[in-house]
Design a protein around this ligand. Structure first.
Ligand code: DHB
Ligand code: FE
Length: 300
């Protein structure tokens, strides 16, 4: 049986992609950001997922304003990088997993979540930047990826509650897939940021840190949060964080926090990142509370 072993949340700031592509990661401004992902890359190398499901949003790259699906599942064999105005990023083509993706589509749609099935799609920084942050800059991505694009750019995005429930349906789908596959699910976007209008540049670290705490221990509280609260507290683009709830819904109610990182700012955005693992049910040792506290403090 396939199983989801962990969830990863991370911001997907486009300038992080530009810093990587232009070889600026060693500059002090960027070093502060990239150093926070070194433990995560190591964790990913050790975890070696067979497949990743990456929940992200398209920024009018693959979908113009002509067609804006609420939830679009990538079922294609591959997803080339999108041209976001400066040519496609020099990153590998993302290979899909059409069999598992079709299985998820069937299970989730028959569970009454009306996904859009996408058989051809380019992927923008929303997906490729988190891939770089967790996998570095390899010639080929080390595992197939199933993209799940969520509309958070045109009002109304789906509610946090719906996203959380979709995560649960995705988990059920994965666990009914017969092949033994280790799956890691990503939630991307956020944290607080607003990139236009009078409040451009807004960052709310207090809100972001509470969001990270609740994501671990009280995700149901976050699932009740309304869009207006995201917008008011975390800025217009902060609403991207509803996507993290899809990832969180796909995990156990109780998770172990493996790692957390938060820094301000990168470009216009607060960068937040967390890795949570499902407790290992068979013989795995639960991490001691002391270790959990230590990771949290280290990330502050
Ligand atoms: C910025 C951040 C984003 O998440 C995004 O999609 C676009 C721009 C920014 O910080 O500039
Ligand atoms: Fe974004």
């Amino acid at each position: 049986m396939a199983r989801i072993v962990a969830g990863v949340a991370t911001s997907h700031v486009p300038a992080i992609g530009a810093a990587l592509d232009l070889g600026k990661t060693g500059e002090p401004y960027w070093q502060r950001v990239f150093s926070g992902y070194e433990p995560s890359k190591k964790w990913m190398e050790e975890t070696k997922p067979d497949v990743c499901i990456v929940v992200y949003n398209d920024h009018a790259s693959a979908f113009s304003m002509d067609i804006v699906p609420t939830f679009a599942l990538g079922c294609a064999p591959e997803f080339p990088p999108a041209d976001e105005g400066w040519g496609p990023r020099p990153v590998p083509v993302v290979k899909g997993h059409p069999e598992l993706a079709a299985h998820i589509a069937q299970s989730v749609i028959l569970d009454e979540f009306d996904l859009t099935i996408v058989n051809k799609m380019e992927v923008d920084h929303g997906l490729t930047v988190p891939m770089n942050l967790l996998f570095g800059q390899p010639k080929e991505w080390p595992c197939p990826v199933i993209p799940l694009a969520v509309n958070v750019v045109l009002f109304p995005p789906p509610t946090g509650k719906r996203c959380f429930a979709l995560g649960k349906a995705i988990r059920k789908a994965v666990e009914s897939y017969p092949e033994d596959l280790k799956v890691v699910i990503f939630g991307t976007g956020g944290m607080s940021h607003q990139i236009s209008g009078p409040r451009a540049g807004l960052i709310n670290s207090k809100f972001d840190k509470a969001f990270l705490d609740n994501l671990v221990d009280n995700p149901k509280k976050l699932a009740r949060m309304k869009h207006v609260e995201y917008m008011r507290e975390a800025g217009a683009e902060g609403v991207e964080m509803v996507m993290w709830l899809i990832m969180r819904g796909a995990l156990d109610d109780e998770v172990e926090e493996t790692y957390r990182f938060y820094t301000v700012p990168a470009s216009n955005t607060a960068v937040g990142h967390i890795i949570m693992e499902n407790p290992k049910k068979h013989g795995g040792k639960k991490k001691s509370p002391a270790k959990k506290t230590a990771t949290r403090l280290a990330a502050e």
